[in-house]
Design a protein around this ligand. Structure first.
Ligand SMILES: [Zn+2]
Length: 497
């Protein structure tokens, strides 16, 4: 995700040419998608902003353990009236609900396992987890067919899950299996800070019925037909970490190919910058393909939509906030969110516990992109200097007011006192950290480290150990102390870096 930061100024630095890549995408995805869990989701949007849904999960127990029950996140339940952990704060309520507070929900109607009806319960710290007790032991590497009937209420909101003006954002809307780590399911609730998600790659086959007033953009490949006066879209997405959609009623879009990937930019009918936004999306994809390794999917969609933060990444689709009026800032958010296709999407990480691992990389990748694409008039050096200046100012102000200041990058998202602290430590300090490493080892080794991290961790959930391993191998030196100094807040950061 990209918070609103208007921190960075613009100038020009280096030159690079963007290279389009072609390659054998299908075979890689086809190979990876075999033996993954598959979600078959059937949803219909009603006129009153309700969705009735059915989800059949061909679940593959790849936890390494024998299971007696399964846990799934029900993120829309965080929008219900009596939720105690909410995905928004008092400070951003007005942006989140421009028309006044509105509630959403996900109500589970039925559950069956291998054709047999099962009891289920709402579990977790805030009853936002669906716990299904099998009544038998699902052995490791065995499969079960889980069927869930549910109703969704979409809030009138600019959040990841919400409708506002002409758009409906459908992020984190369906029951999704909790990640299993250290012998248990990760039941992390929907915190307001950061993107508190972590999921394994899976296959998705989605059927969506909706009013002909809308156009649909989503993860994966869409085919749409008209049926009984409505649109009926079938969407297929293989080996993706999550699945999201956005419905728009007054959008205008353009698309072009970059190698074997169709890149789509969907703005608003009245926009005059559709081609320019498509261009930055295409350039980002080309640049990151070349710098980090090839994007493996056949589509990439950038959709402008009402959104309370700057932007949000999902596999194959990113949301960009329509409230960003500054053209350069809008482009920076497009680049940042597209960088997440490498850091978060293809290479996953636990975004609750190690948010820096994808956010720092996405933010630093943005600086690399602009540094090497001089036509955008944004300077790498100025982005880094701006990060350094604003970081030092933040540290100075907060330590003066509070007497001390947290400078740790490695806290879990819910451990940061507020969004500002989170953003400065995870985004801004991340840029400073990587630039400092660049000073020490050179840009080519940074790029080699990122390539290696991508190659070695594609489609997996990486940790900082995997990250250290890739960089140490690329730089031929022990970097643990360097990174740990930044992460645990002991590295000295000063004007003279
Ligand atoms: Zn981000």
């Amino acid at each position: 995700m990209k918070k609103f930061f208007y921190l960075f100024l613009t100038i020009i630095i280096a030159v690079f040419s963007c290279v389009s890549f072609t390659g054998c995408k299908k075979s890689e995805i086809d190979k990876i998608s075999k033996n993954l869990t598959t979600y078959a989701i059937s949803v219909e949007l009603n006129d009153d902003m309700m969705i009735s849904g059915a989800e059949t999960i061909d679940y593959v127990n790849d936890t390494g353990a024998d299971l007696e029950f399964l846990c799934l996140h029900l993120y829309p339940r965080a929008f219900r009236k009596d939720a105690s952990i909410k995905p928004y704060t008092a400070l951003n309520m007005a942006t989140c609900f421009p028309n006044g507070v509105s509630y959403g929900d996900l109500e589970v109607k039925s559950v069956s396992v291998d054709g047999e009806k099962k009891e289920f319960l709402y579990a977790g710290e805030d009853e936002d987890i669906l716990k299904i007790i099998f009544g038998f032991v699902l052995k490791n590497e065995h499969r079960a067919k889980i069927e869930i009937g549910f109703d969704l209420t979409i809030p009138n909101s600019t959040h990841r899950f919400g409708y506002f003006e002409n758009n409906i954002n459908l992020g984190n809307f369906y029951p999704v299996v909790c990640n299993f780590e250290n012998g248990e399911f990760d039941l992390t609730p929907y915190y307001s800070t950061g993107d508190p998600f972590c999921s394994k790659i899976a296959n998705y086959e989605v059927n969506f019925v909706y009013s002909k007033l809308f156009k649909l953009f989503s993860t994966g490949e869409i085919s749409t037909e008209e049926k009984d006066g409505k649109f009926c879209s079938t969407i297929s997405a293989k080996a993706v970490r999550d699945f999201a959609m956005c419905l728009t009623s007054k959008s205008a879009e353009k698309e072009e190919m970059v190698g074997q990937t169709k890149v789509v930019y969907a703005g608003y009918e009245t926009d005059e910058n559709i081609s320019a936004c498509l261009e930055v999306a295409k350039d980002s994809l080309s640049y990151f393909n070349s710098a980090f390794g090839k994007y493996p999917y056949s589509t990439l969609t950038v959709v402008k939509t009402p959104f309370l933060f700057g932007g949000m990444e999902y596999p194959g689709i990113v949301f960009i906030a329509d409230s960003i009026k500054d053209e350069t800032e809008f482009k920076k958010v497009i680049v940042h969110e597209i960088a997440h296709q490498w850091w978060y999407s293809v290479v996953g990480n636990n975004e609750t516990k190690e948010a820096w691992l994808d956010e720092s990389l996405a933010e630093y990748s943005t600086a690399l992109f602009f540094g090497d694409n001089e036509k955008y008039g944004v300077s790498y050096d100025e982005m880094v200097q701006s990060a350094l200046d604003s970081y030092l100012l933040y540290v100075d102000v907060i330590s003066t007011i509070r007497g001390d200041v947290n400078t740790k990058m490695n806290l879990a998202v819910f451990e940061y006192k507020n969004d500002y602290e989170y953003s400065y430590m995870v985004y801004v300090k991340g840029v400073i950290m990587f630039d400092s490493l660049k000073d020490a080892v050179g840009k080519q080794k940074i790029l080699a480290g990122l390539k290696k991290y991508y190659k070695d961790n594609k489609f997996k959930i990486a940790t900082k150990s995997d990250f250290y391993k890739a960089f140490e191998s690329a730089c031929h030196k022990d970097l643990e102390n360097f990174f740990e100094g930044y992460l645990n807040g002991t590295a000295i950061i000063s004007k003279i870096s």
